[in-house]
Design a protein. Sequence first.
Length: 275
Amino acid sequence: MKNIHIIPILLLFALCNCEKVVDVEVPSIEPKLVIDASFEVFFDENPVSAKTDIKLKLSADYFEETTPVVTDASVFITDLSSRTIFNYEDLNADGTYTTSQSFIPLENNNYELTVIYNNEIYKATSKRIKSTPLTRIEQGNQTLFSGEETEIKLYFSDDGTVDNYYIFDFSNSLYLALEDRFFNGAEYSFSNFYQEDDIELPATVTIKMSGVSKEYYTYFNILIDQSGQDAGGPFESVPSSLLGNIINTTNEDNFPLGYFQISESDTFTIDLEQR
């Protein structure tokens, strides 16, 4: 009887210790041009300033740890009202294109972005989206589930003459998209929470509020859902299926990734204390 029971045990032991390595072949995807042209006009400053950098890179395969930057493109912005052209250069060869001309996007003007890369022409148009200044920001005492969260309370007045869409940047790659559907034209406040792993107190953080178009609001929400809050920024890892407002006028099948957006933005810096 002992011999009868020993055989299946030995077979089971042999099966458990037999491993087969299977190589899964992941198809390589043709790189796409990624264009990050998210302009910001800091309208509540005196004088008014703007961030108008354009970043270019190529998308990479899933398992690639780095993405190659594009340093040899021709880039310019055209003011479609005055026909003024703002030329851009990548002075540091890091994929970031800047203009040496004085350029602050004006209200009610349409602007056209043109990128020429590998003999193909990419274009998009955008105009400055109005926002409202932050009234104040303060640290609150409420927490959520763990009891270790840090509350931030934000206050501002919404413009009731238009439908507004906002993007909030809480630093540390933390973002929130908000629409004014339920508070159009009202004094509004809400709380946001830093998780324990998000920030080490005491700390100084700068919070930014930007007005965006409805289309960009929708795009940004999908981008955050697909890339996650820990992606290092909204354009650090752009999903290959997510199309923005930029088109390839030379070859529509070789579509780019990214977006051309001009936001009015306001910032508020606060010192957070250990509670």
